[in-house]
Design a protein around this ligand. Structure first.
Ligand code: IMP
Length: 201
């Protein structure tokens, strides 16, 4: 179906029209992890998950919205008859700081009973979201529950947090955007991971 002529017209008067594209945005700092590095690591993680879950196809649970891009690439790197579902949480706070209060804003559609679940996260920062989700999902009786995160802060003890799969470690003081991660809901469509150097830092 084609859109109306009005619907196809680019916006000219909204404030969004005045914003630069991510590729030319002064709030985007240096590239920390390139698209090529991400692709290579995602393919390694996919191969590892394929090996480990060969006899028990997993249910990937993506945490909206940050893990969306990672999950869509990761699932295609896994050669198993898997299924996916999404959960959304919010933690109130400023552009770059979480408030410490996690709230469920969208629940899963599938029953986790007896399923081999892999929780797919964008970043383990303080670990608060992960602790909340782990407790919430574990209470639903999955056969197993493991965690795969694209990023983890260097200071996070991933073993203690029981995170099985980690894409990359990043510095504690770098607030990053791109490849699904945002600052004030922007920059998720950047193909690489960059330092955010804009307001709110
Ligand atoms: P937590 O502190 O581990 O609970 O992290 C909560 C959430 O904060 C993550 O899932 C991200 O959505 C967000 N977050 C933490 N650090 C960053 C960052 O550097 N960039 C973008 N989002 C972040």
């Amino acid at each position: 179906m084609t859109g109306t002529p009005e619907g196809n017209r680019p916006a000219t008067s909204s404030s969004a029209a005045a914003l630069p594209p991510p590729s030319a945005d002064p709030n985007i700092g240096p590239t920390l992890i390139s698209a090529e590095q991400i692709a290579e690591r995602v393919s390694q993680l996919g191969a590892e998950i394929t090996r480990r879950y060969a006899d028990r196809p997993p249910l990937l649970v993506g945490v909206l919205r940050g893990s969306l891009v990672f999950l869509t690439d990761l699932m295609r790197a896994i050669d198993l008859p898997l299924t996916i579902d999404f959960i959304a949480v919010s933690s109130y706070g400023s552009a770059t700081r979480t408030s410490g209060v996690v709230r469920l804003v969208k629940d899963l559609e599938q029953d986790l009973g007896g399923r081999d679940v892999i929780l797919v996260e964008d970043i383990v920062d303080t670990g608060l979201t992960l602790r909340y989700l782990r407790k919430n999902l574990a209470a639903r009786g999955p056969a197993s529950l493991e965690v795969c995160t694209l990023l983890a802060r260097r200071s996070v003890d991933v073993a203690a947090q029981d995170v099985t799969f980690v894409g990359f470690e990043i510095d504690d003081d770098a607030f990053v955007v791109g490849y699904g991660l945002d600052a004030n809901q922007r920059y998720r469509n950047l193909g690489h991971i960059a330092a955010y150097v804009g307001p709110g830092q």
